[in-house]
Every structure is written in structure tokens, then in C-alpha cells.
Design a binder for this molecule. Sequence first.
Ligand code: ADP
Length: 252
Amino acid sequence: TERTHRSEDSVIEVTDVDFGYTATRVVEDISLTIDPGEYVAVVGPNGSGKSTLMKLMLGLLEPDAGTVRLFGEPAHRFDDGDRVGYVAQHASASKEMPITVREVVKMGRFPHVGFGRLSADDWEIVDRALETVGMSEFAGRRVTQLSGGQRQRAFIARALASEAELLVLDEPTVGVDAESVEAFYALLESLNDDGITVLLIEHDLSAVTEQAERVVCLDGAVYFDGPTDEFVDSDALVRAFGAAARGLGESR
Ligand code: ADP
């Protein structure tokens, strides 16, 4: 692509951020940096501010104090949307979309073609994205007819077609059958191996320990931020996943 890539830039830089929807603070004094190529899991109990932090990172919310930068730009003014791929929870994915998988993935090219016609090269990128996520044979199927896991892969393919450098996923395997979950995480891992930065909000402890290199545990503030193998031996494991999770830390 023609994009000037400044490799020294962090993907996300959060500095001294406070935020509340009302007078009550939901996240407080958050500072963290995510560098290109990282695979970071954000964990924490319900209501600990994970989704709020993600919205701040994507510029969908503005901090009350502090700054959030996305690819070096203030996040709320960031408009290079094709660099960021967002995969929502399956449960919240639209059930009314009567369009096919290929049409969904094609949308990933819109920022590049200015809503004009896709060139042969664009279609090749679309087809390659479908192939990468293993959805070529379902290209003509309507999104409404897919399983949860297939649908999530279609949305990843859309991000790949847009040549996203950052994938943000909010509990992407909620409602996805166990067999597909494994394939889904294998896909994420291979995309990360190819250099895509992955930021994953995750409630499933085994997905965290098997996938992420780094864990950020929230509790309003950042309770833990470090390598996954330190996380499984820390208080933060219990804080995020409950006392029953402790054995997992010890067995590893
Ligand atoms: P998590 O993703 O960790 O479950 P959230 O970021 O969704 O946490 O929520 C953090 C806190 O902010 C919770 O107390 C929640 O009730 C509150 N909250 C979330 N969204 C809103 C909103 N749109 N308006 C008011 N309060 C909200």
C-alpha cells in the first residue's frame, strides 16, 4: 500500500486516562502502550471497564483526562478506519443482514476504492482474505445462514480485505461452538504471526493462556500488565477469573 509506515509509532498509546459515563469514574489512571505485532489479552471481572477501555482506544469515547493515541493520532480524530479491524461479540452481530459473505468481505475494500468499483486486484484481495479464514466455499452464502464461528471468520476476512494492521476483538467466541473456537484462535494466532497486532477482550481463561503473550487485567485501574506466564502466577488471575482458576496457574 502507499501508506507511510512509521515503524517507531506505537499502535495504541494510552496515557493517564480517566473516564466516566456519569460523575462516577469507570476507568481511572490508565496508562499502557501496545506495540506493533503484540498479542494482548484484556481481562477483568464484569464491569471492570474492559469494553469502556476498548471504546476509548478506538476513539468511540473521549477521555475526561489523559490522552489516547491510535497509530500516533488522537484516537477520537483517527479516520484511517481501514487500519483497524473490529470484531464484535457474535451475540451482538446483526441478524438481519441479508447479504452474502463475499459482500461482507468486499466492504473491507471500500476505504481503498472510495466506494467505486473494485478492480481485479481488489477482488483478488477479497478472495485471498476468504481463503485465509477458510471461508471460500461459503462465499456465496448469506451471513444469516452461517454458524457463529463462520460468521466471526467472515468478519475477520473483512478486516483482512481492508488490510487492517490492528484487530480488536470483544469476546469473539461467545456463542461459538467449541469445535469452531479452536479453529478461530488458531486463525488469530497465524494472523498475529503474519504481523497483525491483536487486542482481545477475553473471558475464557484457556484462550488467554494459550494465545496471548501479554495480559492486561483491569479493575477500574490497571491491576496487572505483564507477560502471560507471570499473569497465571499472580493475584490478578484470581481477580479476573475467580479462586477456581488458581490451580491452572500452579499446574503450568
Ligand atoms: P466490562 O467490559 O469490563 O464488563 P464495561 O466497560 O462494560 O465493563 O463497564 C464498566 C462500568 O461502566 C460498569 O459499571 C457499567 O455498568 C458502566 N457502563 C458501561 N457502559 C455504560 C454506559 N453506556 N452508560 C453508563 N454506564 C455504563
